[in-house]
Design a protein around this ligand. Structure first.
Ligand SMILES: [Fe+2]
Ligand SMILES: [Fe+2]
Length: 371
């Protein structure tokens, strides 16, 4: 689990190159994969014959055969990009075909492959809700599907598969772009002060580890990782003369500096996007202390949002362990002692416990993304 966590950024990069692969996969030289699932030998031969030399968008068909639902599952495991399934209903048992559809849509989460059901038992009509619920794209009696109709049905299915794949690839692209923009913004904000660009990555990553140890669901830990990178966004609004000042700040300058929490919140709060709403909360509260002595609202204990309590610790941990203009990096033991000592004061004691329990995974993040 931890090592999976640790390679999250690596994973993001892989995902990106995989997307490019997907786009390549849709190029001309590849054929459309059609999976025929039927327990009758003849049906396979007849189908291949009927669809012979069918070309859609310059690409040929490649036929795969499975003679039971169990074999079809294997095929789906081996071939990730099947476009259309021609599916029999009665095989191992009376509803093997339908169970397979449920397996594909629910268990595999494959919502792309187009499914055409061909039943040999006329009169055994599928209920409408089954067709709707499982996104079955066509339902025909075998005798009804003449060669011409079968070819038309396949072309219609391929057209819709192509559109779905394009939309899917685009969505992934947009999502990845958004993630990168979020980090870029966070980095810009940090680079104006003494922080280095990897600080925001590390804080996000460490916050994610703490959140998953807190047993938040994966989706939430990922939102938190991204949102945490914007904790100091408000520094964009602080003047350089204060941000980059080499010596200690005057009281007045410090008060101005502190305003970055409020300003970050103001920049983000209007958005309806869940990610930016979380980012707004974190920007606002990441300098609150558990005992109520922080700023800007002097919130106390659970009044401080869980996300902010997590990021507050991740932020301080990372700042202490790395070199800053005003200090050398602290050794691990000194950091641990300090954070332990601040349980219930600066930090939520429960999060301090999780931090200490997972110290090696957390400090490994620093080695992975050094300054
Ligand atoms: Fe801050
Ligand atoms: Fe920070």
């Amino acid at each position: 689990m931890e090592s999976l966590d640790s390679f999250l950024f690596e994973e993001d990069r892989l995902k990106f190159s995989r997307n490019n692969e997907n786009i390549k996969l849709a190029s001309k030289q590849d054929s459309w994969k059609i999976l025929i699932v039927d327990d009758e030998e003849d049906v396979h031969a007849v189908t291949r014959m009927a669809l012979r030399r069918l070309v859609f968008e310059g690409r040929n068909m490649e036929f795969l055969s499975a003679y039971s639902a169990a074999e079809a599952k294997e095929m789906l495991y081996i071939h990730s990009n099947i476009a259309v399934i021609l599916l029999d209903v009665v095989m191992e048992d009376d509803t093997a075909g339908l169970s397979l559809v449920s397996y594909i849509r629910r268990k595999l989460g494959n919502t792309m492959v187009r499914i055409i059901i061909r039943t040999g038992n006329p009169g055994q009509a599928l209920e409408e809700h089954v067709i709707m619920d499982y996104d079955i794209n066509d339902y025909r009696e075998k005798t009804e599907l003449t060669t011409q109709r079968l070819r038309t049905a396949i072309v219609t299915a391929l057209r819709s598969f192509r559109d779905l794949s394009t939309i899917d690839a685009l969505n992934l692209e947009i999502e990845d772009t958004q993630k990168e923009l979020v980090f870029a913004l966070g980095e810009i904000a940090e680079s104006r002060s003494s922080e280095t660009s990897n600080h925001v990555k590390r804080v996000g990553k460490i916050a994610k580890i703490l959140a998953s140890k807190y047993k938040l669901p994966d989706y939430e830990t990922e939102i938190l990782r991204l949102a945490a990178s914007m904790h100091d966004l408000g520094k964009l609004a602080i003047h350089d003369s204060i941000l980059a000042k080499p010596g200690p700040l005057t009281l007045e300058e410090f008060a101005t500096m502190k305003a970055h929490s409020e300003m970050g919140y103001e920049m983000l709060k209007a958005s309806k996007r869940p990610l930016l709403q979380v980012a707004a909360i974190i920007a606002h509260q990441h300098h609150e202390n558990y005992d109520g002595t922080g700023y800007p609202q002097r919130l106390k204990g659970k009044e401080i949002h869980l996300y902010s309590r997590i990021v507050a610790l991740a932020d301080v941990f990372d700042a202490l362990g790395n070199e800053r203009a005003y200090k050398a990096p602290w050794p691990n033991d000194k950091i641990k002692d300090y954070i332990k000592e601040q349980a219930g004061k600066k930090f939520d004691p429960h999060i301090v416990t999780l931090f200490l329990q997972n110290f090696s995974a957390i400090s490994a993040v620093r080695e992975m993304f050094p300054d």
